[in-house]
Design a binder for this molecule. Sequence first.
Ligand code: GLA
Length: 470
Amino acid sequence: MGLCSNSDSSDFTGKLYHIPHSKEKGEIDISVFSRSLSLSCACLLLEMHPLSVTLFLVLVSLTVALDNGLLRTPPMGWMAWERFRCDIDCHDDPENCISEDLFRDMADRMAEDGWKELGYEYIIIDDCWMSMLRDEQGRLQPEPSRFPGGIAKLARYIHDRGLKLGIYADMGTRTCMGFPGTMLEKIEIDAQTFASWGVDYLKFDGCYSNPVEQMLGYPLMSKALNATGRPIAFSCSWPAYLGGLPPNVNYSLLGDICHLWRNYYDIQDSWDSVQGIIEWFSNNQDDLQPAAGPGRWNDPDMLIIGNFGLSVDQAHSQMALWAIMAAPLIMSNDLRNLDNSARAILQNKVAIAINQDPIGVQGRRLLQEKNHIEVYWRPLSQSASCLVFLSRRTDMPYLYHTSLAKLNYEAGNYQAYDVFTGSKVTGLNAKTEFTVSINPSGVVMWYVYPEQRTLHSQHNKPEPEHHMVL
Ligand code: GLA
């Protein structure tokens, strides 16, 4: 049955922010979503005023909450894209091409090199895994020469190592790299295929679709994933295609249907790119920060620590800011070849614990000083907090003088643990003036907690230990 208008996006070569518009009438088989949206509603929607569409979708969203208890803290894992892109040349580059071998290698490293114990668990396939053709039943299938064992077998391999498998699809006619997309009529079958393979996480991109198709497609995929009965984490790239901000983006709807979402441009292997992301998220924190919480996370994109673009100081900065932002800790690097400093940063237990703090409140930029020092803060459980002092300077280590009172801390006694040096600062009163030395494009990252009372209570019982062992 084909009744509604559809976009012809054949000339759309869009990446993030290039939103195609409907050009001409076409046909679309909407039978797949007629169960959730009536035929007439779905057709009408494509012709409706944007405001009415939003209202309609708010109603739809009431019925599609994705509440499978996953990702109460931000996801941790590894994803192929930033480091391995769309390298499909297994002939000349067998070690690095997108193939089952690459994901098995990463699963081995993740299971054997201490990552799993720290919480890194998802191994996520990105674009370029698919065959150009769907199978006879209309299902996506992996490119057989690069994934000869199929995805279900790869999932078993990954599960056998105590890890989880993520996969990539695109709400649109094609993926960003031109592989088969998931248009509305394919959402249900794709969700079922992924569940049948044992997939645990879906990154759902948005190339080659228009805003109306996205408004329909993301809630429908959420519902379709729910309907499979398999707990599948759902990562939505939708907001990134709408400029990332209200009023175009409805963050409360997103929080209901997705566990995490990409808000902004793709990360690249450079400090410029990392800085640009930090800057955009901080400039827009009033809109973004309240959207995050357990089961719903902003995603500033992958960790690129261990690649080519960041100095050691800049790698500290990415880790610190991603922890402050309660961002997914999804690395895209080569776990087979990591130097010790990258490994130590990515495996820093206190930075990870801060990122994974159970109250799940995203942090904020508190101050942007004229001297190009910025201060970030995140409240944590057990009355603790995290402070990050970031230098945007390009000269030499800068001595920054401040006090906790100047950073809005209440009167009281505190201790701080310097996350990357391991040193402790004791006897801090809120008014105590202190100085931190911050390297250019580097950070000082503090875990701050109320000082343990040294006096024991009447019954001589010690105060309970603070939960984080430092
Ligand atoms: C988009 C996404 C990236 C990656 C590529 C794959 O650009 O934002 O993260 O998935 O597509 O083509």
